[in-house]
Design a binder for this molecule. Structure first.
Ligand code: B12
Ligand code: SF4
Ligand code: SF4
Length: 275
């Protein structure tokens, strides 16, 4: 308990607003096959999971053409700064232990890990829903050899109202989970030429990158506390136009062609010259 308190203090002093922990062993069968797996310490015992709220008030998105996660600076740049601050302090306090941080490009199935760390329930939309911030959080984690012997949390389901399934524009969600080939978020990130049907879906969504529908309709998000990290406030920009700088944005990783193809689908020639 003492140990957990100390770690909690380290996370909170690192500016991280929500923290939990779970054992590494039950996650092992679910690890995502990726290069970053090599960074997991061979004697990993614990996953320290952190949440990073990013949503602004609803009105702030009016007139924009980006999903909420893409409206703020790229979390692949921002979240690691927080995690590395915590890692530095952890290494000072526990010099004999190993700590490796990850976010998104991570072998850890982050929604599952966060739920097992007691940070919220898992929605039928496949997302982690925190009791204070709702699902508008990024997840990051530190895998460690430190042993906490924390009692495991059972994964809790959401309210189960089914609104996310009902409103998903492509029927990507079902009782079996998400069909990622159908998800609009994946569609906006796909390279190459889209079919007329796929282009029509993007046009209807009004979104040049990502999709928020299964979160917007979720009643568990209705009272989400809006308290984004300062770095997300500073980088908030809910609209992308042709020739917008890509650096530091979540839509940069697929290259300029993909985001500009989507803008062309959404705004036609007007989108092309809207700079
Ligand atoms: C690949 C990926 C995608 C793909 C595929 C999504 C998917 N869910 O498979 C695409 C491109 C579609 C995508 C879209 C989005 N993503 Co994404 N994605 C990932 C990534 C990199 C891996 C996901 C994965 O493969 N998980 C492993 C597979 C095997 O999990 P799974 O079998 O589906 O397991 C699920 C179920 O089994 C269920 N489950 C397990 N046990 C139980 C028990 C009960 C009782 C219940 C009910 C459910 C349940 O929960 C698990 C998690 O969803 C993660 C980061 C990571 N490393 O985890 C981010 C991540 C899940 N994405 C994230 C985000 C923000 C999004 C978008 C909201 C972005 C947007 N606005 O467009 C959308 C949301 C789409 C959706 N409804 O999921 C966040 C989610 C944060 C949160 N609050 O949960 C993550 C965690 C990234 C991060 N670091 O913050 N994503
Ligand atoms: S992000 Fe959009 S397309 Fe994907 S599951 Fe949610 S509502 Fe459906
Ligand atoms: S919309 Fe309903 S079913 Fe879907 S995640 Fe939210 S509470 Fe669960």
């Amino acid at each position: 308990m003492e140990l957990l308190k100390k770690i909690e203090t380290i996370f909170s002093e690192s500016g991280i607003p929500a923290f939990g922990s779970c054992a590494f062993a039950p996650l092992r069968p679910f690890l995502i096959d990726c290069r970053a797996q090599q960074r997991i310490p061979p004697k990993a015992q614990t996953v320290l999971v952190a949440l990073f709220p990013y949503a602004m008030e609803r009105e702030a998105y009016r007139g924009g053409n980006l999903s909420r996660y893409a409206s703020v600076g790229d979390y692949h740049d921002i979240v690691p700064c927080y995690l590395e601050r915590a890692v530095c302090r952890l290494r000072q306090s526990f010099p004999d232990e190993q700590f490796e941080s990850f976010t998104d490009n991570s072998p850890i199935p982050e929604v599952r890990a966060a739920a097992m760390a007691g940070l919220g329930c898992v929605g039928k939309n496949g997302l982690l829903i925190h009791k204070t911030y709702g699902s508008w959080v990024f997840i990051g984690e530190i895998v460690s050899t430190l042993s906490l012997n924390a009692p495991p949390h059972d994964i809790q389901p959401c309210l189960g109202c089914g609104r996310c399934l009902l409103f998903c524009p492509t029927d990507a969600l079902s009782a079996e989970g998400i069909d990622r080939t159908k998800c609009m978020s994946a569609l906006t990130q796909r390279k190459g030429t889209l079919t007329e049907e796929e282009a029509a879906l993007i046009r209807r969504s009004g979104c040049a990158w990502g999709c928020d529908i299964c979160q917007e309709v979720c009643p568990m998000n209705a009272r989400a506390v809006i308290h984004p990290l300062p770095e997300f406030i500073d980088t908030f920009h809910p609209t992308v136009v042709k020739n917008s700088p890509l650096e530091g944005r979540a839509y940069a990783w697929r290259g300029r062609n993909v985001i500009e193809r989507n803008l062309h689908i959404l705004h036609g020639r007007e989108g092309d010259s809207n700079d």
